[in-house]
Write a protein that binds this ligand. Sequence first.
Ligand SMILES: [Zn+2]
Length: 434
Amino acid sequence: MNREVRLFRGEVFYFISSPLESKDSYCYYPDGALLVSDGKVADSGPYETLHARYPSVPETDYSGKLIMPGFIDSHIHYSQSEIIGMHGCQLLDWLNDYTYPAEQAFSSREHAEKTARFFIHELLKNGTTTCMAYATVHPESVDALFTIASEYDMCMLTGKVLMNRNAPKGLLDSTEKGEADTRRLIEKWHGKGRNRYVITPRFAITCTLDQLESVGRLHAEYPDTYIQTHLSENRDEIDSVLSLYPGHSDYLEVYERTGLMTDRTVFGHCIHLSKEECERLASAGATIAHCPTSNLFLGSGLFNMSLVNTFAIKTTLATDVAGGTSFSMFRTMGEAYKVQQLNGYPVSALELLYKCTLGSAKALHLEDKIGSFTPGSDADFIVVDYASTDSQQLRKEYLQRTNNWNIENKLFGLQILGDDRAITATYLIGKQVL
Ligand SMILES: [Zn+2]
């Protein structure tokens, strides 16, 4: 634990509620300060006030830069880090051509640790301080990711992929082995330090009914774990699920009947949902992780954010590397904006940012720990440069000259033009890790 007390000066911004529900959804101090003590947020507010309140505390000056909670990436495959940006067709071909061959290498603990180390460094470089990640079918892939995350004291949510059919032999488990491995990994890692276990059936195509039922059983046995899977990403996928599960009226019903529909479940994608499915997702309190760079890259479709908003479904933003093409949540927000433009919904910069900070934390039931600067939160924060490129600098000068250099224009510029170059520093529980 980092016992230091320190005051960080800069433009402090964080959400206190959803911008869809309140006009006063955030705190913003243009010349602000964040007080960190013992790895926790102790206070925040205008710099002059905090400086007077804590006169003898050492200070770090990030004046002119944005200090905000680190990003939460709620759907990402660490095991696909090395196949990012591979040319191909749509989802099912992409899995067969790239994903499955790459994931077979994770039977080697050495390969898993090397990739986990790269993956976590890449997240931190991009300002992502928490993620919910898919490992592979191999239990050692989970051990590797939790081990490296623990070295950084990073809040990590992950789990062993469960799949017992329709994939190469080296990637298949059985219902019994998958359940036994998952139970052992939960006992070993869940709630240890900042680690959280996620029960991870890949999706209905690669799991038998029997295996999905084992997921429902495991979650009932360990109700504070999470569940993650994929739902309605691609039309061929949906057709395939309905033919594998006769007697189900839609894709979601497969997960509902097997006990996977909970308020701790994160469904990746959800592009092709019916209104009935939206209603059921909302009433169960389940979360949708929207992954725009992946949806565009794999040609999966245009997620309808305004539709799911009308049902008040919890929605987060995520990269879905390596169907997704960038580790950067700025890039992800920018592409989410463009997808919604094609749907006729020019989503606000605030809504996008909320969905990868406090909105994600709430979806994961972790809002008392991450996603904001509420006193007592873990001090996972990033320092952001508004103008890390010449183009951003020119835009900034124009907005300053025209008296429009306000927080919404600042944030939107980062979302459309920003990437890892904008991240000046990343802190985990008050300690600078990048
Ligand atoms: Zn995915």
